[in-house]
Write a protein of this length. Sequence first.
Length: 579
Amino acid sequence: MRGRFFTRREYILAALAVILVICQVYLDISIPDYMSRITDAYLLEDHNTVVRYGIDMVVCAFGSLILSILAGFIVSRIAAAVGRNMRKAQFERVQKFSTENISRFSAASLITRTTNDVTQIQNFVARGLQIVIKAPIMAVWATSKIYGTSMEWTAFTIGCLVMLVAVMFISLYLAIPRFKRIQWLTDVVNRSTRENLDGLRVIRAYNAADYQGAKFEKANCDLLNNNISAIKFMAPVFPFAHSMMNFITLGIYWIGAGLVVAANTTVEQKLLFSDMIVFSSYATMVLTAVMMFFGIFRMLPRAMVGYRRITEVINSEPTITDGEGTGGTEKGTIEFRNVTFSYPGSGKSTLEDVSFKVEAGKTVAVIGPTGSGKSTIVNLISRLYDVGEGQVLVDGKDVREYDLESLRIRLGYVPQSAVIFSGSVRMNVNYGFGSEGRTDDDVWRALHIAQAEEFVRALPEGLESHISQHGRNLSGGQKQRISIARAVCRSPEIYLLDDTFSALDYKTDKELRRALREETAGSTVFIVAQRIGTIKDADEIIVLDGGRVVGRGTHSELMGSCPLYADIAKSQLTQEELQ
Ligand code: ADP
C-alpha cells in the first residue's frame, strides 16, 4: 500500500504527525506528575505551590488538546489523499480492463470497491494512524513511570490487563468473520439497487415492484443481520473496558489503603498516598492505550478486506493487452482466418472455423438467426475479446499486434444498443480521440448523415442541448442516430455497425444507408443486421448459423444458393422486393 498510495507528501505529513503525537503524549504523561506534586504540596499545606502546579497542569492539558487536534487534522489529510490515490489507481486500471475483466468482477462490485472499500481504508488510516503512533508510546512511557514502584499494584494492574485483553480477543475472534462479510454483502445490495434502477421502466410496466422489493429486502436484511451479529459481539467490550478503568482505580486505592495503614511513619503514609494517585493515573493510561489498540483491531478486518479487494482490481492484468503495431499494409480490409472462439467460461464454441475477407471500401453484411454469433464477430474485430484459434486481421495485420489505440482509431463502432453519455449533443457526437481537431461543421455533417440533424436543430439549444445519462430524454431511434453520428464524425476507415439500424423505422433506415454510402465512399462498412432490407444492397452478405458460415454472396446469389438466407428473406420481403 505504501509504495503506491502514499506519496512523498503523505510521508512528510506522517512524520509531522509522529512529532506532534510524541509532544502530546509527553504533555499527557506529565499530568500525573503534577498531580503528585500538587498532592505533596497540599499535604504540606503549601497553597501557592498548589496553585502554580495547578496552572501548569491546565496548560499541559490545553497544549495536549491543541496538539491532538493538529495531529488529527494532518492524519485526516493523509487519509483523504490515500483515498483519492486508491480511487484514481482503480479507475485507471478499470479503464484498461477488457469486457472479460469487468464481468469477472461485476460492475456493481467495481463500484463498491471504488467507493465503500476505499472509505473503509480512509477511516482506518484517519483513526488508526493516530492510534498506531500514540498507543505504544503512551503504553511504554506510562509503564516506565510506574515500573518497580509497587509489587502489589503492578500485579493487580497486570491481572486487570490480562482480563481486558482476553475479553477483547474473544469478541474480536467472534466478530471478525462477520466484519469480513460486510463488504461482500454490500456488493449484493449494490447489485440489487443497480438492477432496480436500470430496469425501472420494465419493473413498472410489469408491476414487478413487489418482486424487486422482496429481492432487495432480502439482500438488505442479510446485511443488517450480519451487522447486528458482528455488533453483538463487540457491544459489551467498551462498557467492560470502561468498568475495568474504574475497577483498576478502585483496586489500586483499596490495596493502597492497606499499604497506607500498614506504613510506620506519617511521612511514609503521605508518600504512599501521593504514589497511589500517580500509579492509578498511569495504570489507567496503560489500559486506555490497550483499549485504543482494540479500536484498531475492530476496524482492521474491514480495512483488510477492503484493501485486498482494491489491490485485486489494481493487480488484475487486463486480458486484452497492447501490441506494438500502429498500422498494416492493406488499408481498410478486414479478414477472418479460420477463427474459432468461445466466450470465457462458456465451454462451447460460439464461432467455428470462420473465414472471410472484406475488401477496402466494400460494404459487407452478416446475417443469421439470433445467437448465431454475429455480434461476436464485431467484438473480435474491435478486440473486446481475443480469438481462441485462427486470426483476425485489420488492414492486413493481426489485431493482437496493434496497440489498442491505433486499432480502435480505425474503427467507427456503433453498438446494438446506443451508448449515450450525460452531456451536450456536441460532446456526445464529437467524442474521444481527436475531438479537439473537429469543428461544429463536422458535427452537423455527421448528424446530417445519421439523419439526426432535423431533430437536433429542433432542440432548444441545438448542439448545446443537454442529454441525460443513458439518453433518457431521447427516443430509442434518436439515441441510435446520435450514436451513429458519433462514428461518422470520426471519419473512420472501417465502420462496424452492429445491428445498428434495428431501432430505426424503415424509411430512416433506408435514407441513412443511402447517405452513409454517398458520404462515406471509400470507407469499409461491416454491417450486422436482422433485416434483409438493410443489407440487400451490400457487396457481399455472409450468412451465419450456429457460429458457422453457411453462405456467402450477393443477395441474388444467396437467394439461389443458401436455403437459410432464402427463408429469412421470404419471411421478411414481399415478392416484389425479393427480385
Ligand atoms: P447474435 O449477435 O448473432 O445474436 P451473439 O454473437 O451476440 O449472437 O451471441 C452468440 C452466442 O454467444 C450466443 O449463444 C450467446 O449466448 C453467447 N454469448 C454472447 N455474449 C456472451 C458473453 N459475454 N459470455 C458468454 N456467452 C456469450
